[in-house]
Ligand binder design. Sequence first.
Ligand SMILES: *Cc1c(COP(=O)(O)O)cnc(C)c1O
Length: 308
Amino acid sequence: MLHIKTPLFQSTLLSERVGTAVWLKMEALQPCGSFKARGVGFACSRYVLDGAKMLISSSGGNAGLAVAYSGRKLGVPARIIVPEVTPQRAIGLMRAEGAEVVVHGESWFEAHQLASQQAIAEEAAYIHPFDDPLIWQGHASLVDELVEADVRPDGIILSVGGGGLMCGVVQGLLAHDLTIPVLAVETAGANSLETAVSQNQHISLDKITSIANTLGAKQVAARAFELTKQYPIENAVVSDETAVSACTQFLDDHRTLVEPACGASLSVVYDNHAFLRNKKNVVVIVCGGAGITRDSLDQFRQIVADGD
Ligand SMILES: *Cc1c(COP(=O)(O)O)cnc(C)c1O
């Protein structure tokens, strides 16, 4: 098991604020900084068990870092092919885990294409950041921990990029025979799920314009779109400014620094979103993210204040 069992507790400050018991599932505390440890860790373990001698990924974000971490823990080499826009700090974090980092292409798509080709040529396992049933199975362990802790919420709030986390959580809920409304939160400019739902078509956004780059999948996994028709999933789209402001407030309230991708989910509570109405217990998945520092939070605050 490459992830840890994370704390789950009721936040007094957030609960008082909205008059609903707000539970925090602290995925920000995973060793690699996000819930990706669960799904990516599970998929990597399985592929290595099935004989893969190497792991290849294409994410310059938390998924790539989780693959790098998994490679080190499993004792197999990991190669992460990242697009040119990837921050030096992210590359440094992956190298610190012992991964080989190759910079290639303008966007994730070019890195993804090269990584997929190399994985075939080199008989390595290709680890997709969100669109793989093994990833979802790994993420589902999060729900096992809620059940084990005997917390039965009447609402779950989570962020959606490509929808891997959402697919995993819903899969976990279904496995426990639970029907609990899920609020899928995205930022404006990265709202690929909400756009697909409102147009009733599994479409792709032309481009990503949100600063929450971790949520920047132009198209969600097909499974994520399908699930919106089979499970009570509601959508929320928040501004970058709202997401960043929630990061700042959460840092003050709970002394934990998270990415705007995670701030998006927290902002739903800070803004007392209609989803909370008539609910007694909600769980917020504090998905975390390693791609933030004090300085970059300050920069984000500046950017949203300037109205970019
Ligand atoms: C990956 C990630 C997301 C989005 O998850 P998906 O599975 O792509 O929907 C959100 N927040 C953080 C911190 C992440 O690392």
